[in-house]
Every structure is written in structure tokens, then in C-alpha cells.
Design a protein around this ligand. Sequence first.
Ligand code: FES
Length: 561
Amino acid sequence: MTQGLSRGLTNYGDADFSLYLRRTFAKQAGYSQEMLSKPVIGIAQSTSGFNPCHRNFPDIIEAIKRGVLAAGGLPLDFPTISLGESFTTPTTMKFRNLMSMDVEEMIRAQPMDAVVLLGGCDKTVPALLMGAASADVPAIQLVPGPMVPMPFEGERLGACTDCRRFWGKFRGGEVTQQKIHVVEGKLAATAGTCGVMGTASTMASIAEALGMSLPGTAAIPAVHSDRLRAAEASGRQAVQLAISRLRPSSIITGPSIENALRVLLAIGGSTNALIHLTAIAGRRGIPISLRRLNELSDTTPVLVDLKPTGRHYMSDFYGAGAIGAVLREIKHLLHLDCMTVTGDTLGERLAAEDPWVDRDVIRRFDQPIYPQGGLVSLFGSLAPNGCILKRSAADPGLFESTGRAVVFASLADLAARIDSPDLDVKADDFLVLQNAGPTSDAAMPEAGYLPIPAKLAKAGVRDMVRISDARMSGTAYGTVVLHVSPEAAAGGPLALVRDGDRIRISVSEARIDLLVDEAELASRRLTLPAAPALPTRGYSRLYARSTLQAEEGCDFDFLRG
Ligand code: FES
């Protein structure tokens, strides 16, 4: 069987010459003939000076290589696109699919028998898993681990829920300019991804729940020596995968996707993760129905007491039993025959685990934090294809409510008017943002967490109903309706909302409706501007032409399985 460096030869019209030339250049790197005959383990690594969440990667890569070598493989790392959340404009979401194409094609184009996928900041894990699911070469996911919160003035701080909390205080006048600069240096004090159950931690948890990461590795803090042992073990396991040929297509299946959805709900995970999981599943041709999500959500309680909605940080979660403890608690709801990268089924994994759990952080199934899953989809005349509310992070007092729309036509309009003293807005109004969806120029930024208008914030208002086709950071919280589909830029009903319209939401009925009669909406539709011309060239043109809506994971139409 062709393996190692003999795989996928460069085409010179003479296979023997191609292999000879490849060995020549491999030897340029100083490898012996013996090393070049071993299984090759690629390490797809997303180190970047523009991605400080990944700053422990040099140590992790060294540990992965140690594990590969110890198990008899040849480790070869290669760079991928890296997506640092706050360093990328207009948003990392625009480039997730590009990174996934980079990952897929470089796994396929280079000779490797298995690959370790190394990424952690929000979009990198989805992009790695999407690419690996498409390439379908044996693969194992490893994350850098969450950062550790640090003490500051009598409390602990960790990105990024505390970032938002302090920014809210600053906007409300409770924190000075001088103090906010001090806080900037305290919020992300160690290597690693955001230290709460935001998108990065949620995607790490989902990777483990899917069976694509080694058991127990999702939540190990970035600075803990266990993280390096996990890296070494992942390198070793990659060699076993190279031998067993267990591929992502045997691990990412309909039942394992449903397991991952259960975990997403039980951990009160990020709304973004739903888009990413949908995209990952889509690469294997597995649809995720938002109505099925609601069925799962109604029967899966939130069990973990973590920020952004609870009290604890990811490092506490690790000490409390982490994803293994959550999986054991919802075991009766899971498909236990799903295969994992270890070659064991999920059921075999759980049967072998230490049952210890800290109930202060991870609750019993029958004593949950929240009786239903963290996410719920709403449907109705405002969102015919659905939208998402993170109900575990929202104010239940607003779940059955009707409000007057205060509409912002774009992010620029929002920025220009949200703090204006002249803005006609009251605390029980619904803030509506248009044209921030997947195919808009804004490329679906995490702008759905609209700021409370300054004059209301100063009056003590901390939450309002906010509705948009945008996304929200996994570290944010509030009564925020997201991913409205079809989006405004695609001519969805959201584009037809005008100041003063009445909107009704009902979480109990899973509905969201624009209370405007059909004739009026039809006449408004005639006044909508024509769709803008496609960008003339490059990736922006590809993105604008091929991006699907939120309920299809915002993947490119030509990449789905
Ligand atoms: Fe990288 Fe939050 S900014 S994980």
C-alpha cells in the first residue's frame, strides 16, 4: 500500500523520478532514509503573530512531534491560515471557509497518512474540522486550551465576558478611561483561548463530543502541563490513526452530530457553534434541522455553571470533570455506539472514566442550572427560515413580549445613531439591525449584541430585545435574537422592518413575527434597493457569490458534501 512520502506524487510524468526527487528534497531537511520510510503525520498548525490565543503553539507542536516520534511516525508540520478574532477585518467569519479550503487542499495535496489539526481561536477549529471532514484523511483535533483568569482588585478577570462587563461599565460612566486601559492588560493574561464558554471553548467541547479529539482534552488550560501531555498523546494517536485508517467520515456521522448538539445545549454553548457545527456536518452531507434542534433543546438541560451566563471559568470546568462529566450526565440521551479517534466508542470511553465531578460547576441532570437547552430557534413572518435565541443568556421576562421596532439599516447607521441623545428609544423597544448577515458587506460580524443606547445605559438599562441577521460573540449575553434568515441583504423580511413597527416574540411558541399586514410589506418590498453588484474580483467575489444562509452553516454552496 502506498504510504508516507510515497503518497500523492508530484506529477513529472515519471513516478520513480517523482519519488526520487521527493526523497532528495526531504533529505535536504536532514532526515535519514529510516525516518523517511515511516508513516508521515502532518501537523496543520495555525500559528500567527496576529493570533495571540495561539502563542503556546511552539511548545504544543514540540510535544505533538515527541508523541509522533515515540510511536514510530515522522511528524511534519505545515502552516495554515490563522484567524485571530480581533485582528481580522471585517470579521473572521468571512475567512473561515477560506481557511477550511486551505486545510482541505493542503491535507490532500501533501503526502500525509494522518494529520493533527491544531487550532483554537473561534473560527480555526471549525475551519480545521470542515477541511478535514472534506479531505477525509485520518485526523485528530487538538486545541491550545483556554486561558487562565487572573486576580485583579479582588476579583478574577478573563476574556472575554469580563471584557464586555467592563466595557458596559465604561459606557455607563462607572469606569474611567484610565482604568479601562489598565483593565486591557489584565483580561487576557495568559496564552490560550477565551477562558469562558465562548465560541472557542464551545467548539473545543464539540470537537471532543464528536469524537474528533482525545477524551478529556477540550478544557485543559493552555498553561497546564497536562496540555503538553495531551499534545504528546495526540501525536501518538495520530500514528495509530495512520495505521488503522479510521477516517473523519467514520466519526462525524448523523448520530455523533446529534451528540455534539446535545453537548452544545448542555454546556449553554455559543450560538456561533451552531453555525459551525452545521457547516462541519454539511461537509459530510448531514443536514441539521433547526426544528430538530428545538426538540433536542426541550429535553437537554443546561448543566454547567460557566460564564458568560454563570459564575465559573474554563479552568474551573477542567478541575470539575470537564466534558467527560457532562457526557456522563446526559449519557442516557447520547448515541453511545459512535466511534471516536481512540478507536473506542463513546460508550466505551465513558465506561472507563473516573466518575468524580464537582457539583458546584457541573450539575446533576435532575438539578440543572436551566431546565432546557441553552439555544432555541424561533420561526415566523420575520424569520421564515429561523433565527436563534440563547435563552440561557437572556432575560425570561422578555420571552413573551411585543415591542416597537427601532431600526438601524446598517452597522454604520448603528454606530452613527445609537448614542445620539435624539434617538427615539425606550427600554421596552426592540432594537433591530439590518444588513449584517452572511452575504452583506459586513460578512455577519458579531454585532448582534447591539449596545444599549447610551441614554438608556446611563439610566441603568442593561438588557433589551435585540434582533438582527448578525452573530453574537459566545462570550456575550442578553436577550439577543440572531441569524435571522433569510438575511436582509438577501431580501428577507428583516429588510422590510421600519421604525415603529410592532414585533412579537414568543419563546414558548418558538415564534417571531413582524406585525405588519401583507399589503404594506408588499409595497415596502417594491422600494428595496437593488442588490449591489458582486465585487469584481478575488475572494470577496467568491464569498459574495457562494455563501449560504445561517441555517446551512454559512458554508460555500460548492463545498457541502
Ligand atoms: Fe481567540 Fe477568544 S479571541 S478565542
